[in-house]
Each structure stands twice: as structure tokens, then as C-alpha cells.
Write a new protein. Structure first.
Lengths: 292, 231, 545
């Protein structure tokens, strides 16, 4: 069996991802590395800095539509949220609230708050969250893409969940506490973070897709992410009591139905899927098999 | 600070606040006006069920008591760390709770968070950090991660971290540090009721924390970068 | 103790067991310690089955629990000191001497216990050397072996990971010893008999399946561009030049990179059908794309590999399958197949300026496993091949007696990690010699057996070196920024490069822009599963889906 070549999102750098998502040549970076907005804190720890503080932000077009985009660089300190890193994303979102592009696209690849800047990163992450909620109020949708090698955890996990829609590959991981953190705090019986299959079926793109937080599951192929993102651009739905009551009812029903499950396989079984097959299914196969 | 004492000092004009296990909810009178009170106690962990309980109360307030201020009382030990919670997508539940807070803000409610107990990491994000104003009272403890844990993860010697923590506010736990970073708008030591009325009278729901962090010297880069990118 | 009355002592032990346990060959697992105390006499030579893949962990655990007042002075022989219990035997005063081939995971503790006199080392061996000695002067009194299934008659199914069982059982059963087997399951329906029951004295159903390490599973996601560059240089400078048909690859990531480049770069170089057709190898998952692309005709399996069972079973022309359809490996034969191959490609932890290499360092007695056999110039080889003759022509040019030569390639990055150079002026094996009391340093592959060294800086062809000085400068000339590399004689190195003894990437026509992960036939474990048509079933810890 030969494989169809793929342009891996998982392996690409933040800049390669941005270039692959936007129309060729359309990207204009804001505060590019030449501007050298580095972390004012890492030096004190003797840690290396990056001229973009691990995040690329700017504007461009996607299928001709004007979009703003940011991309976390997992290869720099795990894509962690530091002061400057967070401020760039917040600034971009506030820019979008004023200028109203067709969408903001966020490429997440982050273990969460940068511990050397824990307070700045945590506060910064909530500034991003507020900015997302405000830009949505202005009608601009925020679309999150998950599939980087660092996953999307902690403050970034919550931030991405504030998006209007998420697109993920099966390689994506999304949760608040990372498996290593749960294992460290609660013990290996609570979560064996070395059991990679367990990690992925718990936090991975497929489980998130089957619950609906991820609306499109794609293969690890940048053009697939691009097509999915383009298809999801539509004005952000306003928050109303009715829409949030419906969201709440959906989340409560999930607890009623699956709250006693201790393994994703039990959930998939209950959903009527062949739980042993799910990990091996392609994005298209699982999309077809997903219960309505 | 103990919850009953806090309530009495915040609302000397009277309050009708019930505590159901960890969930604190009810109403109080402040300057002759009704305010909603919603919060948590007993250092609860914020998980999927806690998020829904809080969002349900918020939606009730928005629906039945349009526009009244919401005083959020913060005491939690962080997000609930468990495989079965993450299995059901905990970040989605927390984001839902944040969306409910934003709905209240959009509908004209003022959101004031009063940190009176612990306020840790994802728990503080879920309930407290997205308020319009965030204040602390004595006894409050805020943290992202303990220094011992930071030392373990970053492989930095604990002694060096403890040393650095005396010089900068950027990473170590504590309300003072959060205040200098702009993460707390005010730190109250007395006169809670009057201070609460005063802060409610401020007519600004903008997120001003980066500017505060800059003024106070704890976070000097963020506001400038935000402004540069926003354009 | 191989005294002349060995047969009588065997009978005496069997009678003791019969008196307590009755005539059955099946011993209840919960009485294993009591049983072992009956068949072990002080000073016995005990062979424990355990290599770098499978380990008879249940019997090892029970051996360590016998009463040292009853059983002591044992001479332990084990291919791989892989379990803590192996060394517990010494700390508990049960065993005195160990003969072994490899001590990977326990290497650090072994060095410590040898240093303080708790463990005496008989010798460090290669695998086949140790097996061979079991038939000569190291005849076992008792062998503790491992099977997947056993029946009440002692017939065994050892399956994919048969590995060394046949060698050990034969040396013991036909040497007056007692054969004890831990089996995952007792059953009346063996799918195949790998070992006849007549050779087996006792079987014990272990409470849980024996430990099996997925040692040969290398995640392509971890291959960086340095490794890809090295692989491309090796393929251009060596594979394409000599066209080795029969070869063995070591365990490491460097050779995994070559395996994954065969269907892409290897195809471009025209290797398909001309080289790399026959292998002595475990079923490496990274071989799947090359197999699917038609590069491979047959693989002699030294062992099995966890998760490869179904895929292997689907390739009866390539893998040695039994009539039942499952793999049977054989470590002894597989090692010999590699010994007589055209080429070996492996790695090491340290290389000195003369090309001597060792994985033994000052604080780790790691041993060598199969590398010295695979990686030794084979003076016993008489059959000819293109690669053998081409290498021989270079190595023996101008000599009176024409002969062939085996290709022995060491592929290493110049540094193992920051401040840890691979190239050193003096092997730490010299220090280990002192602490362990050896007469000579424990060298894995001698410099004069090595034909090529490949690093990220280039390829050194030692076959073309005519003097020790030339060999030394050839080694230094690819040793990068290590102290050994920095001490090179620049004029001599330039001369060696002119003569093609040292080749850099640019000399081989490989541009930096050619070096990319895009060339890998599979970028991650999941791609390997896709290549296999879903038949490869990797262990949980290698999945990210």
C-alpha cells in the first residue's frame, strides 16, 4: 500500500502553517521577528528568547476573504503563553474587533502558561479570552485549528474552547490539565501519561470531534485544515440566554449520558461506534460514522 | 476570610445568601439597590459539574434580574484534575461558563470578583479573572503553580526561584504579585462595602489590566505590544 | 558443576521433585520457590532465558526468593542482564558468577556491584559465543526458559519470539541438565510444537505473560534532518557503491532512517533489486515501507517484534513462518546469517582515533549483544558476492592473496549529547577493564574490522587507508567538533578527501536542500500502520491516535 503524500500540520513550524492556510503571498505579519519583541522575563532565568516570543500574528486572505491569523510556535518553549506572546494575540483580536475582518483564525500549539512568566501568562491568557468574547460580540468569528505537536493545554486549552468553532486532526490534543500534570498531582493510577493511546483517546482530536467541540475532523494535512477553515467562515452567533441555555442543556446531557465513563472506549461504545475501530479510522471514515 | 464574615462586611444592609455544599448564591442590598451574589466556597475544585452549576445561576440572574450587578465570590483550589473530567472536554465547560459571564456583561450586568479564599490556575480563570473588576480581601491566595512545582518542571533550583521571587512579580504566587501584574484591580483591607459601591460606580467595563500591570511595573511589555498590534 | 556424575545428580534431583510433587511435569506456580530449591544444588550453573526482547521474569523473580542457606554459589548465565532480579541473586547471596552478553538496563547497577565485589564476571560475550559455550565448557545444570504455550507433556509453542530457546534447550537437555519452562498458558491445543516435550522436564504456568520489550520499534517522528543527512550519505557512499545484498541493521535510529529512505532515495539511487534484498533482522516496523515497495525478498528473523505479528503473518514469502502461519525466529541462526552477510550497519557510544568502539563506559557495563558478531570481519567466509569482492578489492589491493571483505559500518553522530563526544582519545573501556578486573579492555568492534564510519560530517572509508596514521586521520576527519576531530592534521585530511577516503555531503552531490523529512516514506508510527494496510498494531506507548 502506498501512502498519499501529506503536508503535515503537526510537523510544520508556525510560519509554515500560516503560509499553508492563507492564500499564497497574502500574509502580512505584524511585529515580525525583525521588530524583536522578546520576553522581558526569560533572560533572568538564563533561558533563550525568541524574536517573536513564540507566536506569529498578522493578516492575509483565505480564498479571497480577509482574515486575521495568529499561530503559536510549539518549537519555542512549548508554544507557552508568556507576557508578550499573549499580548500579541490580544492585540490582534482587538484589532479585529475594530476593523472586522471576515474571521480570526487561531493556530494553537501550546502546553499552556509559560511557568517562568506564570502570572503574566495566566493574566494574559484571560485577556485573550476576553478579547475573543468581545470580537465575537462584534460579529467576527474566531476559528481555532488544533493539531500541533505540543497539543493545546492549560490556558490555551480554555482559550481555544472559547472559539466559535474548532478544526482538529486526530493528532490534536485538547484539555485543561495535561496528562503529565494529572499524573504528577493525582498519581499514575489517575492518569498514566506514558500510555500514549490512552492520552490520545482521552484528549485527542477524535474524542473532541465526537463530542462536537471540534466541528471538523481533518487528516494531518495543511490543505485539509485550510479548506475546513474556509468553509467555516460565517458571522459569529450572538450570545443569548436561549443559545446558552441550549449549550448548557447539551453539556448537561453529556454528563447524564457519559458522566460515569472512565475511558473513551466506553463512550464510543455508548455512541454506537465500534470502539476498537475508532482509533484506526480516517477523518473521513469517522465523520461518516459519527452519530447525528 | 470566612464567608459569613465577608458577607456581613460586604453587605451590612442585609443579604439573603444560601450555601449549598460549595455553591454560594443569593441576593444582597448595597446602597439600597439589589445585587446578585454568586460564588463558591470550601476551596472547591472547578470541574464540569461546578461549571454548569455556576452557569445555570448566571443565566437565571440574566433572565430574571436584568442588569443588576453580580458580585462573584471567589474561592477555589483550581480546576478539577481528573481523567474523567477531561474525557468529557472540561475546557468546553469552562468556556461555557466564560460565555455565560460575557452574556451577562453584554446585557449590562457589572461583574465584580471578590477573591476571599484560594484562587488557583484554571479555577480562577473559570470564575473570577474574566470579571470587569477583580479585587482581593485579606486571606485571599492567588497562584498559578507553586514554586516547588515550577522548579520541578523548569528544572531550576528552588533556591534560585525563591530568590528571584523576592525581586520580581512575574511568576511567584501571592496577591501582591498578581496586583503588581494588573491581575487584581484593588487589594482591600477594610471598608469593603463602601469600596464595593465605589467600584460599582465606575463606568468602565473595558479590560484595563495590561495598563495597570504597566503602571505598577509588574508587566511593562504587554500594553505596548497590545497597542502596537491593535494599531 | 559439570562433574562426571552429572547424570546421577540429575536423577537424584528428579526423584526429589517426584517425591514432593508427584509424577506430573506441571508444577503449580505458587510452589515455584520450593520446587526450585529441590532442583538447584550449590554451585550449579543456571541458564536463565532472557535477552534484550523477552525475559523469563516470573522464574527470575522466584529464583531470587530461594533460601541462600539451601541454594548458593550459583553460576548464572544469561544473554541479557535485563531484570533487577538477576542482580538481586547476587545481593541475596544466591549466585556468585555471571556470564552474559548484554546488560543494557542494568548496566549501571552491574558496574557498581562488580566494583564492590558482589558480582564476579565470567566473561562478556557475543550472543552466539555464549550459546556455543553452553555446548562446550559452560554446560547448564538447570535452564529456566520461556514459552508462550505449553502442554502437560512439556511440548512448547515459542512462536514469534522463539529467539534463543532452541539453543538453550538443546544445550541443557542433551547435556545432562534439567529444563524448566515458564509458559504464559497451559493448553492441550498447541498451535505448533517449537520444542518437543521430551526435552522439557517441567512447566509452570506463570501468573502473567512474560515481559516482551518492543526494542526494535523506532518512531519515524523522532528522525531529524541530521539523521536523514547521514542516512543519505551512507546510502550514496556505501549502499550504492558496493550494492550489498545481504545485510544486517542495528537497533538505532540511524539505520531506521535508511530503512525509511529505501523506497524514496533508495529507489532514486537504483538500489531496488540490486541491493538490500536479504536481511538478518528483527521485523522492524520501519521496514514495512521497503517491504511494501518490493525491496525485500527475505528476512531471517533473530527475534520477533511486538505488534508486528499480523503483518509478518501476511508475508509468508518474506518472513520465516510455521505451518500454523506464525513467525518463528531463531537468534542463533539469525546471528549466524548476519555474521555471513555482506554488510553490518550499527552504532556505538564511543569510538577512538583508531576506529575501536565500545558501548562500555566507566559507569555502565552495557555489554555488546550481537554487534561483535555482526560487526566482525568474517575470516571464515568463503562464498562470494559483488559487495564482498568490491570491499575486498579495496582492502587488499596489491596483496599477494586476493580476498573478499565484509562491510562493517559504524554510523554515529559526533556527539551523543551536549558535552558528550562520541569520538574520544581513549575509550572508557580501559577504565572498565580495571574496575572489572579484565585482562583486556571490553571493545565491541575493533578498528581493523570497521570498513566505514559515517557521521554528520562525512563518510570515512577505512578500507582504503594503508597505514595506521591514515586510518587515524580518516577517523579524526569525520569526528566534527569533538576533541578528536579538532586534533586532525588538516593537510592529511585534505589529502584523504582528495583520494575519496573521506567524502563530505558535497563530494557525494548531496545538497543541504535535498535533506528533508519529506523524503521519509513514513513520518510517524501511524504512517507505518497505513503502509501495512492496518496490519501493524503498535504498542500503546507508540501511538498518538
Amino acid at each position: 500500500m502506498k501512502l498519499t503524500p501529506r503536508i503535515s500540520f503537526y510537523e510544520a513550524s508556525a510560519r509554515q502553517r500560516v503560509a499553508g492556510i492563507l492564500d499564497p503571498g497574502s500574509f502580512r505579519e505584524i511585529l515580525p521577528p525583525t521588530e524583536q519583541r522578546i520576553s522581558p522575563h526569560l533572560g533572568m532565568f538564563g533561558a533563550p528568547v525568541a524574536f517573536d516570543d513564540g507566536v506569529v500574528a498578522g493578516e492575509g486572505t483565505l480564498d479571497g476573504k480577509e482574515v486575521y491569523i495568529f499561530a503559536q510556535e510549539g518549537k519555542f518553549r512549548g508554544g507557552s503563553l508568556g507576557e508578550v506572546h499573549a499580548a500579541k494575540i490580544t492585540g490582534l483580536l482587538r484589532r479585529a474587533a475594530i476593523r472586522k475582518p471576515a474571521a480570526v483564525i487561531g493556530l494553537f500549539d501550546s502546553g499552556g502558561v509559560r511557568l517562568e512568566e506564570a502570572n503574566a501568562g495566566e493574566i494574559g491568557s484571560t485577556e485573550i479570552m476576553r478579547a475573543i468574547l468581545e470580537v465575537q460580540r462584534a460579529g467576527v468569528p474566531v476559528i481555532g485549528l488544533l493539531g500541533g505537536s505540543c497539543g493545546c493545554f492549560g490556558g490555551s486549552g480554555i482559550t481555544s474552547s472559547c472559539c466559535d468553532a474548532l478544526i482538529a486532526s486526530e493528532e490534536a490534543r485538547l484539555s485543561v490539565s495535561g496528562p503529565e500534570v494529572i499524573e504528577t498531582v493525582m498519581g499514575v493510577e489517575a492518569f498514566d501519561s506514558h500510555d500514549r493511546a490512552l492520552v490520545w483517546r482521552t484528549t485527542g482530536g477524535k474524542n473532541r470531534f465526537l463530542f462536537g467541540k471540534v466541528v471538523t475532523l481533518v487528516d494531518d494535512h495543511i490543505p485539509a485544515f485550510r479548506a475546513a477553515a474556509s468553509a467555516l467562515i460565517k458571522p459569529s452567533e450572538p450570545l443569548t440566554v436561549a443559545s446558552l441555555r441550549a449549550e448548557r442543556a447539551r453539556l448537561a446531557k453529556r454528563i447524564d449520558e457519559y458522566g460515569s465513563c472512565t475511558d473513551a472506549r466506553q463512550i464510543w461504545q455508548k455512541m454506537g461506534l465500534d470502539a476498537d475501530r475508532v482509533p484506526d479510522m480516517t477523518a473521513a471514515e469517522l465523520t461518516a460514522a459519527k452519530p447525528a | 476570610m470566612e464567608l459569613p464574615i465577608l458577607l456581613d462586611q460586604l453587605f451590612p444592609e442585609g443579604h439573603r445568601v444560601a450555601v449549598d455544599d460549595w455553591l454560594v448564591s443569593g441576593e444582597a442590598t448595597l446602597g439600597g439597590q439589589p445585587v446578585a451574589v454568586l460564588g463558591s466556597t470550601n476551596h472547591v475544585f472547578i470541574g464540569i459539574r461546578e461549571s454548569l452549576a455556576l452557569s445555570g445561576k448566571l443565566l437565571d440572574i440574566v433572565e430574571k434580574r436584568p442588569g443588576i450587578p453580580i458580585i462573584m465570590l471567589v474561592d477555589n483550589n483550581g480546576q478539577r484534575m481528573a481523567l474523567d473530567e477531561e474525557l468529557l472536554v472540561l475546557p468546553e465547560y469552562i468556556a461555557h461558563l466564560l460565555r455565560a459571564q460575557q452574556l451577562a456583561r453584554n446585557n449590562g450586568h457589572k461583574l465584580i470578583a471578590v477573591v476571599y479564599g484560594n484562587s488557583i490556575a484554571g479555577g480562577f480563570i473559570a470564575f473570577g479573572m474574566l470579571a470587569d473588576r477583580i479585587v482581593s480581601v485579606p486571606g485571599a491566595e492567588t497562584s498559578v503553580m507553586k514554586l516547588e512545582a515550577i522548579a520541578r518542571v523548569t528544572k531550576m533550583p528552588l533556591e534560585k526561584l525563591q530568590d528571584l521571587a523576592k525581586q520580581v512579580s512575574v511568576f511567584a504566587p501571592g496577591c501582591e504579585n498578581f496586583f503588581r501584574m494588573g491581575g487584581l484591580h484593588e487589594m482591600w483591607t477594610d471598608d469593603f462595602s463602601n469600596r464595593l459601591q465605589k467600584i460599582l460606580a465606575e463606568d468602565d467595563a473595558q479590560d484595563t489590566r495590561a495598563a495597570l500591570g504597566n503602571e505598577r511595573g509588574g508587566r511593562k511589555a504587554a500594553q505596548a505590544v497590545i497597542d502596537e498590534v491593535r494599531g | 558443576m559439570s562433574s562426571p556424575d552429572k547424570v546421577a545428580r540429575r536423577k537424584e534431583k528428579l526423584d526429589r521433585v517426584a517425591k514432593v510433587f508427584g509424577p506430573s511435569k506441571v508444577i503449580p506456580a505458587e510452589r515455584t520457590v520450593e520446587f526450585l530449591e529441590l532442583i538447584l544444588s550449590p554451585g550449579d550453573r543456571v541458564v536463565h532465558e532472557g535477552d534484550n526482547q523477552k525475559q523469563g521474569d516470573f522464574l527470575a523473580e522466584k529464583l531470587a526468593q530461594v533460601d541462600p542457606k539451601k541454594v548458593n554459589g550459583l553460576k548464572l548465565a544469561v544473554s541479557c542482564i535485563g531484570l533487577p532480579e538477576h542482580l538481586d541473586l547476587f545481593e541475596n547471596g544466591i549466585a556468585e558468577v555471571v556470564d552474559f552478553a548484554y546488560a543494557g538496563p542494568q548496566g549501571g547497577r552491574l558496574a557498581e556491584l562488580v566494583g564492590n565485589g558482589t558480582v564476579k564476571i565470567g566473561a562478556v560475550h557475543t550472543y552466539v559465543e555464549l550459546y556455543a559455550r553452553y555446548f562446550a565448557e559452560l554446560r547448564p545444570d538447570v535452564a529456566c526458559l520461556v514459552a508462550i504455550d505449553a502442554d502437560a507433556e512439556g511440548n512448547l509453542y515459542t512462536g514469534s519470539n522463539t529467539e534463543e530457546t532452541p539453543a538453550l534447550v538443546e544445550a541443557t537437555a542433551f547435556g545432562g541438565g534439567i529444563v524448566v519452562v515458564q509458559a504464559n498458558k497451559l493448553t492441550d491445543n498447541l498451535r505448533r510444537v517449537d520444542i518437543p516435550g521430551e526435552w522439557v522436564d517441567f512447566v509452570i504456568e506463570s501468573p502473567k505473560p512474560f515481559h516482551l520489550e518492543a526494542l526494535f520499534t523506532k518512531d519515524p517522528a523522532l528522525l531529524d534532518e541530521t539523521r536523514i543527512l547521514m542516512a543519505m550519505m551512507a546510502m550514496k557512499a556505501i549502499y550504492q557503491k558496493y550494492l550489498p545484498k545481504v545485510l544486517n541493521h542495528g537497533v538505532g535510529f540511524n539505520t531506521a532512517a535508511i530503512e525509511l529512505l529505501l523506497p524514496t532515495y533508495g529507489e532514486e539511487l537504483g538500489l531496488k533489486g540490486k541491493a538490500c534484498t536479504h536481511w538478518a533482522l528483527n521485523p522492524h516496523p520501519t521496514m514495512i515501507p521497503a517491504i511494501e515497495s518490493g525491496f525485500v525478498e527475505a528476512i531471517a528473523c533473530i527475534g520477533g517484534e511486538v505488534g508486528m505479528e499480523d503483518y509478518v503473518a501476511s508475508k509468508p514469502d518474506i518472513f520465516p513462518l510455521g505451518r500454523d502461519g506464525s513467525l518463528r525466529s531463531n537468534r542463533f541462526y539469525g546471528q549466524m546469517a548476519g555474521h555471513f552477510a555482506d554488510m553490518f550497519v550499527g552504532a556505538t557510544l564511543q569510538i577512538d582515533p583508531f576506529g575501536n568502539s565500545s558501548t562500555v563506559t566507566a559507569d555502565r557495563l552495557a555489554g555488546f549483544g550481537g554487534a561483535p558478531n555482526f560487526g566482525a570481519e568474517n575470516r571464515a567466509r568463503r562464498h562470494l558476492s559483488e559487495a564482498f569482492l568490491r570491499a575486498g578489492a579495496e582492502a587488499h589491493a596489491g596483496e599477494y592473496m586476493p580476498q573478499g571483505r565484509k562491510l562493517v559500518v559504524q554510523m554515529v553522530e559526533t556527539f551523543q549529547g551536549a558535552n558528550n563526544p562520541t569520538f574520544v582519545e581513549r575509550l572508557e573501556a580501559w577504565d572498565a577493564m580495571k574496575t572489572a578486573g579484565f585482562a583486556v579492555p571490553p571493545v565491541m568492534i575493533y578498528g581493523d574490522d570497521v570498513s566505514h564510519i559515517v557521521t554528520e560530517e562525512g563518510v570515512a572509508n577505512l578500507l582504503l587507508c594503508r597505514t595506521m596514521e591514515e586510518r587515524e586521520q580518516a577517523v579524526r576527519g569525520v569526528a566534527g567538533f569533538t576533541p578528536v576531530g579538532l586534533k586532525r592534521d588538516h593537510a592529511m585530511v585534505a589529502n584523504l578527501r582528495d583520494r575519496g577516503i573521506i567524502q563530505r555531503a558535497e563530494d557525494l552531490g548531496i545538497r543541504k536542500s535535498d535533506v528533508s523529512r519529506d523524503r521519509l516514506a513514513a513520518r510517524n508510527i501511524h504512517d507505518l500502520v497505513r503502509w501495512s494496510g492496518g496490519l501493524y498494531n503498535p504498542p500503546s506507548r507508540f501511538r498518538n491516535w
